[in-house]
Design a protein around this ligand. Structure first.
Ligand SMILES: Nc1ncnc2c1ncn2[C@@H]1O[C@H](COP(=O)(O)OP(=O)(O)OP(=O)(O)O)[C@@H](O)[C@H]1O
Ligand SMILES: [Mg+2]
Length: 387
């Protein structure tokens, strides 16, 4: 039996990554064009499941095939020092002839090899300075340049203000390296709300100047390939006999990367032994995907918000289409100014988008359905708002 090709899991590279040509092109041009090119500092934002992590992965692959050294991390408190003493130290050990005599301090003399994560000192005729992020990066970039004819790519996933001290340290080191003409690049990714918090901090002006990409909905043509090609490659088919099956599945994903994988995965497994994915399978697949999306996308996204933010969204969910701010304020029993404050917060978090003529709609697909299926809307609206 052919194996299900889809990957409805966070951070796992999909069978076919679609619609990321522009981001990858800007990045690769940045590597080729040299120091000062915009692609050498990129900032990627997008809601949960929009594909930030897998884009970072493929950016890393692109750099790796060009000989660049990769230093990647999920952002957290202490990440700068941790990178300096583990990944950067490890790469120096591997590529820097002057650093080969490294031995972990506190380890037994003559310990063989290098242990990532161990604090250590270089025992060398010319002792290396104690490694911090900046000195480590500079030395590694010099080694990458002279010995490999390449550079060092730093990727930071899930950037967040809780690690602001580390982000300052890292971006200042990058900025310094840029100024001195070193071959370094930074690509950072985070949720819209985290990134907008970060950008209001002036010490991260470096990030503000970075080339910014927002991962929005994927166009239908690309979604079609992202669903059909992996199915064909895995030995089944979706389009030839019943083209409407593919069209329904495409529509069901709403262009949302995580849902591409979920809808594909659920549709495949309805009758995995039959050669074709039918309209009926696609329909069942979409239903299953929407249910899963509640737990995997909507719940965590709502958890990130305040109670008032959530009431605002619940007030919107009562409408069948885009909502007016005046209606929302009325349903929440608050004045317009107060409602507008929350409108701004939710816009910055990219939970909602302007939908023309002062109206607002949801960013996450099926969030309205999710909110309506859960008690929060009832509690807010009272009996008259829901016929
Ligand atoms: N361009 C794409 N084409 C097809 N599938 C994609 C694409 N981007 C992401 N996916 C799929 O969507 C899912 C979510 O991707 P990913 O984990 O990168 O999202 P994320 O933005 O990092 O989410 P989070 O904010 O929760 O970390 C994965 O299953 C991935 O395979
Ligand atoms: Mg991620």
């Amino acid at each position: 039996m052919a194996e299900n090709p889809f990957t409805p899991t966070f951070g796992v590279t999909p069978p076919l990554l679609v619609a990321r040509e522009e981001e990858l092109e800007v990045f690769v041009e940045g590597l080729e064009d040299g120091v000062g090119s915009p692609g050498r500092a990129m900032l990627i934002t997008g809601t949960r499941g929009s594909g930030k992590t897998v884009l970072l992965n493929s950016i890393e692959d692109a750099a790796r095939t060009r000989g660049w050294l990769i230093v990647s991390a999920t952002t957290g408190v202490g990440v700068a020092e941790e990178l300096a003493t583990t990944r950067i130290a490890e790469l120096l050990h591997k590529h820097d002839p002057g650093a080969r005599a490294f031995s972990p301090t506190g380890g037994s003399a003559g310990a063989v090899g290098f242990t990532a994560g161990t604090q250590g000192a270089y025992e060398n005729q010319v002792p290396l300075p104690t490694l911090n992020f900046r000195s480590g990066l500079e030395r590694l970039a010099d080694v990458a340049d002279t010995r490999l004819g390449a550079g060092v790519l730093i990727t930071l996933d899930e950037v967040h203000t809780s690690a602001i001290a580390d982000l300052r340290q890292i971006t200042q080191a990058l900025q310094h390296s840029f100024r001195e003409g070193r071959q370094v690049a930074l690509v950072a990714a985070g949720l819209p709300s985290s990134v907008s918090d970060l950008l209001s901090d002036d010490v991260t002006s470096f990030l503000r100047r970075a080339e910014r990409f927002t991962l929005g909905p994927i166009p239908a043509g690309a979604v079609r390939s992202a669903l059909a090609d992996p199915i064909t490659l895995a030995g089944r088919s979706i389009a030839p006999i019943a083209p409407e099956a593919l069209e329904l599945a495409v529509e069901g994903t709403r262009g949302y990367p995580f849902l591409i994988q979920l809808v594909g995965h659920r549709s495949w497994r309805v009758q995995p032994k039959t050669p074709e994915i039918t309209l009926e399978h696609a329909r069942a697949g979409i239903d299953g995907a929407i249910r899963r999306a509640g737990r995997m996308i909507h719940e965590p996204a709502l958890r990130d918000l305040s109670d008032v933010d959530r009431s605002f969204l619940a007030a919107m969910a009562i409408d069948e289409g885009p909502s007016q701010i005046a209606d929302i304020a009325e349903r929440m029993s608050v004045d317009l100014n107060y409602a507008n404050q929350y409108r701004r917060r939710l816009l910055a978090a990219e939970m909602i988008v302007p939908a023309g003529r002062g109206r607002l709609s949801f960013t996450l697909p099926y969030l309205r359905d999710y909110l309506n299926d859960h008690a929060v809307t009832e509690a807010l609206s009272g009996p008259e708002a829901r016929p």
